[in-house]
Design a protein around this ligand. Sequence first.
Ligand code: SF4
Length: 397
Amino acid sequence: MANTHPIPELLAPAGSLEKLKIALSYGADAVYLGGQKYGLRAAADNFTYDELKEGVEFAHKRSKQVYVVLNSFFFDSDFLELLEFVSFLESIKVDALIVSDLGVVDVIASNSHIPIHLSTQASCLNSQSGKFWKDYGIKRLILGREVSIHEAAQIKKATGLEVELFIHGSMCMSYSGNCTISNFTQGRDSNRGGCSHSCRFDYDLIDDQNKKSSFFMSSKDLNGLSLLDDFVKAGIDSIKVEGRMKGPLYAASISKTYKEALNYYSREQRIDAQKLSYFEQELNKFTHRSYFPGSLDTPAGLDSVFDERDHSKNQTRVFGTIIDVVEDKFFVIDSLTKILPKSSIEILKFDEGIIKYTIETLRDLNDQELESTRPNQLIKVPYIPGVAKNNIVRVLS
Ligand code: SF4
């Protein structure tokens, strides 16, 4: 049966050129990333001019898109180099800019033809606001995380604009971008790329008699996979994953899982319970806090607080990357961590499925047997059909 609803774009984070290539190779339709300035993730490996150019070329060769974030809070001095940067981005054919400040929108709209997406930092939560931004040349609204899927559909209908909603990742306990806890507790400005995630810290709550330690401001992580049907039927144009600061295993796993879920939905027009359970298991295989659906269905409440000691739950860690494949003979893994013989690994294929394999004997490139691996050691594994160069390999923890 033909699918009657367009399948949303899968938009993944790219905190570095390596993660851009991983996310796009594992199924993301588009990535968002920051340059050296203006991008709200000061600690990410933000892209140099050369890396931006290479990243856009890599994406466009695969008919995929690159969006560049310019969504930090701007002061007058920040405008001095803005035009030069925008001209460069236009010259390398970046697909859109993600912007929150009206002055920045004005400069870009007046001086370039690059489509502008309104950043979630602008906290657009309603149709009136959306219409206002439309008049200023915005093509897509990245709605605040407080907006439900149903409300997003109404905003799309009322404005005629594309809408993008977060489906997965870490959450702010405040309205996105309107938080200064980090500024005042750590001297690091949340709205200029320096957030220290102060809301995740353990705080002492003290009244007259009692003192209680609590993570009372820490939010669970968003996971909207079970609502994929609602996203599609509501006509959401792009589903976005948070996490530019997270590692290559996250970039691979999240892109692969959501792409496979979207492909499955496209074929079957639904995701049955068994398949949903499989995808949920995959989303549990990397470090995260407990999941919840945010405000995608009903407004988030008290149950959104992640007040647990165990900050992370993960069942796998990255083992390495396949750097060479000699068909029918062997492949080579560049290992990042120590493993022992008889370790169970999982190879994330670029197409659907995962290869599970137990490495009975560890061998180096000279076929010498190893007692264990060490970081950056190259190990040789007998060929398995389906493996490919640059596949990410994870190991069960
Ligand atoms: S401190 Fe927490 S709530 Fe505030 S901006 Fe940072 S992540 Fe968001």
